[in-house]
Write a protein that binds this ligand. Structure first.
Ligand SMILES: C[S@@+](CC[C@H](N)C(=O)[O-])C[C@H]1O[C@@H](n2cnc3c(N)ncnc32)[C@H](O)[C@@H]1O
Length: 289
């Protein structure tokens, strides 16, 4: 379906959380205006993604727990977003947004698309079609090893992050990337062992811990460390970093801390409230003596 082309004269909403459908918003942005895009769209799980956080020993609700003991609890937060399209509708939904992503990227810009094993093959086809297979840079495997084990198959404990460049050159700041300890430092000599090694395309990192400082209560929140690696390697200070499926705003938080300019978009009012509060805290911390 051909939609009328909106005017693209609007200035970029730098440093803002935009509460709107991302396609409607992106279509108003100028061509070739941003340096880095990270998106973590819904994974098409066929359900609503929901996260309830509870506080124990307060409130009127009652639960039966370990050993048959009952305890009181109250729900301290309950947030969700829809993730229930058919595969065709999902791919169409994502493709039109990826086309906008390519249009708004500068010629040296790049995009990271965070997805999982259920849809990664479809999304890679879509990205090949839109960006060109020659602009595929990496499929990063984020392995987290948390939670239960399946009874009839290997437990899926990784996500896939597809990285594409818009053109034939892109930002990759090797010296900015955190170094990791060698598994067998005695085999590489003291100098190399002290410097550590660069990560490969397989990243072992924990998810946001349930009671960790970062935790916002928003479902599928990604850890800051993951975004830090991406933003440090693929953008420079002052660059424009965009996340148009922003959720709890992890990309904006990291970009702010690393001195990048950022724009976040999400259509879910719960996400917008979480992000705005989170970014206010980060900015307040940065300006407090
Ligand atoms: C997987 S979550 C992102 C989580 C995020 N990376 C974080 O660290 O918290 C996907 C987000 O996309 C948002 N979303 C889905 N469809 C959208 C649309 N058409 N426009 C804007 N946001 C959308 C949902 O509201 C949800 O917050």
């Amino acid at each position: 379906m051909l939609l009328p082309r909106p005017r693209q004269s609007k200035a970029l909403p730098i440093g803002r959380v935009v509460a709107r459908d991302n396609l409607t918003e992106l279509r108003t942005w100028p061509d070739e205006s941003v340096d880095l895009i990270y998106i973590d769209p819904p994974f098409n799980t066929g359900a609503r993604r929901r996260l309830r956080s509870i506080r124990l020993n307060v409130g009127e609700s009652e639960r039966r727990g370990f050993g048959g003991r009952t305890y009181k609890y109250s729900v301290s937060s309950d947030m969700s977003y829809a993730d229930d399209k058919t595969l065709d509708a999902y791919l169409e939904f994502l493709s039109v947004r990826l086309e906008q992503a390519r249009r708004i990227l500068k010629p040296t810009g790049s995009i990271y698309v965070h997805i999982d094993a259920r849809v990664v093959h479809h999304v890679r086809f879509a990205l090949d079609r839109i960006f060109g297979p020659e602009h595929f840079l990496n499929e990063i495997i984020w392995a987290y090893d948390f939670g239960g084990r399946g009874r009839d198959r290997w437990a899926p404990k990784h996500d896939n992050i597809l990285w594409y460049a818009k053109g034939d050159s892109w930002t990759f700041l090797r010296d900015e990337i955190e170094r990791l300890p060698y598994l067998a430092p005695q085999l590489v000599g003291p100098e190399k062992a002290a410097r550590g090694k660069l990560p490969t395309d397989t990243w072992w990192m924990t998810i946001v811990p349930t009671n960790g400082k970062e935790r916002t209560g928003y479902p599928t929140q990604k850890p800051e460390r993951l975004l830090e690696r991406i933003v440090r390697a693929s953008s420079r200070r002052g660059d424009v970093v965009v996340d148009f499926f922003a959720g709890s705003g992890t990309t904006g938080v990291v970009a702010e801390k690393l001195g990048r300019r950022w724009i976040l978009i999400d259509e879910n009012p719960e996400a917008v409230a979480v992000m705005r509060a989170r970014l206010r805290r980060v900015r307040a911390r940065a300006t407090s003596p």
